[in-house]
Design a protein around this ligand. Sequence first.
Ligand SMILES: [Zn+2]
Ligand SMILES: [Zn+2]
Length: 141
Amino acid sequence: MGYTGRCSCGAVELRIDAEPIAVRQCWCRRCQKIAAGGPTNNAIFRTADIIIDGPTASHDYVADSGNTLTRTHCPACGTPILGGSSARPQMRVVRLGVLDQGHELKPTMAIWTSEAPGWAVLDPAIEQFPAQPPAPPAPQS
Ligand SMILES: [Zn+2]
Ligand SMILES: [Zn+2]
């Protein structure tokens, strides 16, 4: 089993023939800017397992951690596709919204909850971190 996805306009398609390492929701202020005020919802996959077909554009910024974060989107419709950190080039976070319906991925952790707006509803059933949690275990090979 695997996952397929496409941006809003269809110019960018992706395929992932693997299971994610983790699925997280991020409430940091930077994520709120690309998620229209809400959190981003992200499935972390090995970079090597993600196949992207179509033109993409990206934007880099230096996070408080000192790492360079890269966000990739469709240049035509702006749909966020994925993100990555210079500290962990072997992993990428795929935005759940880009994946085709039918998958059962859902966040099991909310991070940067200290930056969430007052109206945010956080699922009490999932693990919560006020800021950056420890990195997920390194994928095998
Ligand atoms: Zn598009
Ligand atoms: Zn974030």
